[in-house]
Design a protein around this ligand. Structure first.
Ligand code: ADP
Length: 241
């Protein structure tokens, strides 16, 4: 699906704008990273897309449908955050099936279909046989793979990832990055990743949007950004990493 973010503005408590007329198009099936220093508005922009934050002005258009006023639940987006946010009292299978169980009755798959879908996803994340385990019995990397499976279970229209790797150590982070990219390509879901880590953004994304003070400073493929940084800010930000 193609997402158009059109001139979105957001401020908190009358302070200066965190997002100001921010526009961005995320192409169908692409993996886009929002990269920028801390405080540049990445999470706020992602939260506007997810529906957790309402912008003061601007529009969001998904494949031609204006979703600006659609509630977060009705957008049917998959989300993965830095802290795993798995339900601790639910086993892995129930965690993955959670989004399916709370779907509108008209769309909700039957119990047998849900079980089948969970098995399919466990295979996709290389965790066949882990359905009965509880989050406390898993490693950090495994928990994030379960969080990915839970996000994908609902066949989301968009996948939104907010620093999903940052709580993990370097080796696990690297492995998880590869498996997230692999999953995303197999499913073909349009994906937005928020990160402040240049190597991560460049290593995983088709295109990288560099944010500065609430605006998109430059957007391009990793090669384009490296070869032609559009401003001293981009150049120094990329060099500093
Ligand atoms: P990033 O994800 O790039 O680190 P954020 O979107 O989290 O940036 O934050 C951008 C700016 O907005 C920061 O100055 C932050 O303090 C402010 N901000 C974010 N969320 C809130 C909020 N709920 N209330 C007040 N200010 C906020």
């Amino acid at each position: 699906m193609t997402l158009q973010i059109e001139r979105v503005s957001k401020s908190f408590d009358g302070t200066s704008a965190v997002l100001e007329d921010t526009s961005l198009t995320v192409r169908d099936g692409e993996f886009l990273a929002l990269l920028g220093p801390s405080g540049s508005g990445k999470t706020t922009l992602l939260n506007v897309v997810s529906g957790l934050t309402r912008p003061e002005s601007g529009r969001l258009v998904l494949d031609g449908e204006d979703i600006t006023d659609l509630s977060a639940g009705r957008r049917r987006f998959g989300m993965v955050f830095q802290s795993y946010a798995l339900f601790r009292h639910m086993n892995v299978a129930d965690n993955i099936a959670f989004g399916l169980r709370v779907m509108d009755r008209s769309e909700r798959p039957s119990k047998a279909e849900r079980r089948e879908r969970v098995e399919e996803l466990l295979a996709m994340i290389d965790m066949v046989g882990f359905g009965e385990r509880y989050p406390a019995q898993l490693s950090g990397g495994q928990r994030q793979r379960v969080a990915m499976a839970r996000a994908l279970a609902i066949r989301p229209r968009l996948l939104l990832l907010d620093e999903p790797f940052s709580a993990l150590d370097a080796k696990v982070r690297r492995e998880l990055r590869d498996s997230v990219r692999d999953l995303q390509q197999r499913v073909g879901v349009t994906t937005i990743l928020v990160t402040h880590d240049q190597a991560e953004a460049f290593g995983i994304a088709d295109r990288v949007a560099i944010m500065r003070e609430g605006s998109i400073e430059q957007i391009g493929t990793p090669d384009e950004l490296r070869a032609h940084p559009a401003s001293p800010f981009v150049e120094s930000f990329l060099n500093a990493a």
